[in-house]
Design a protein around this ligand. Structure first.
Ligand SMILES: [Zn+2]
Length: 297
């Protein structure tokens, strides 16, 4: 039986016939089949694409424009996890639904990388990637994970990671310059959810208040009133939110405090807006919106 199988392969001129499926199809063309990689959120897709290049095929589990903090996984997600080789998640509670979904996928070949592991988190806030300096750590973790699974790509992954790392350093400088145009007393934000702590700390802004401190739990009126008081005392210029959340609370707060609303910041998800199609363009767009709303350029 084995002999017959080998002979059939030889007759067909196939290389690596016994490994089957996509890998052998790729080998026929002289290139390995792309590695199936999943990321929890769309924001991380740019990191994987930049490092993996043509050796990976990457998708995000949480669709663009959806919050990962209260995402409900679908049966299709379980299937995708079953077929994937590598999953990049953030950790620190961002994807509370994910552990069970991975379990249900029953995929012994799946490598799971918690990208924030080893990086300095603050009070359990999961949004470390919003600081480009910390995003460099995500890129290193992704480079190492890809190399471990696909050692033949070592050189490519290393070169790509280095090039992307340089882009992140340049992006970091660019953002710092832009934020510096905001008058110092105005460098404060009230935000819908606490996605901005690392970005703010990096660039000398301050998250003064958070409308929804616990994902999915609407704050009570007394808490919203306390934020209005805070906004007035500190002369906060704007309240910021993402398009995936209901604007009702943001508008109530802004009207009561007599300040502006910005409802199109992107952080957990890139945008459906074509200007916000990857990590770099997302942070550039956000920075531009924040700088203008707070009186900078
Ligand atoms: Zn978030």
């Amino acid at each position: 039986m084995i002999c017959k199988f080998v002979r059939t392969c030889a007759l067909l001129g196939l290389v690596n016939c016994s490994s089957g499926g996509a890998a052998s199809q790729g080998a026929e063309r002289g290139a390995p089949a792309p590695l199936a990689v999943l990321t929890s959120i769309s924001t991380f897709k740019s990191f994987v694409s930049a490092v993996g290049g043509t050796r990976v095929r990457v998708e995000s589990l949480v669709p663009v424009g959806v919050s990962p903090e209260d995402y409900q996984p679908t049966p299709a997600d379980i299937e995708r996890l079953h077929a994937a080789r590598l999953l990049i998640e953030n950790g620190l509670g961002l994807e509370a639904w994910l552990a069970r979904t991975i379990e249900n996928a029953r995929n012994p070949n799946l490598t799971v990388i918690v990208a924030s592991r080893g990086l300095p988190s603050k009070a359990g806030n999961p949004h470390l990637w919003m600081d480009p300096e910390l995003a460099r750590g995500y890129v290193r973790a992704i480079r190492d994970a890809l190399t471990a699974i696909d050692p033949g790509g070592r050189e490519l992954f290393s070169q790509n990671a280095q090039a992307y790392d340089r882009r992140l350093v340049a992006l970091d400088h660019e953002i710092a310059k832009r934020i510096a145009t905001i008058p110092a007393p105005s460098r404060t934000m009230i935000v819908f959810h606490n996605a901005w702590q690392y970005y703010d700390d990096r660039f000398g802004l301050r998250t003064l208040g958070v409308i929804e401190p616990s994902p999915g739990q609407e704050p009570n009126p007394a808490y919203v009133a306390s934020l209005v008081g805070l906004a007035r005392r500190h002369h906060v210029r704007a309240v910021f939110a993402e398009p995936e959340y209901s604007p009702k609370l943001v508008q109530t707060l802004a009207q009561s405090a007599g300040i502006a609303t910005v409802e199109d910041l992107y952080d957990d998800s890139i945008g459906t807006d074509p200007r916000v199609y990857d990590y770099d363009s997302m942070l550039r767009y956000d920075t531009s919106v924040i700088a203008k709303a707070l009186g900078g350029r």
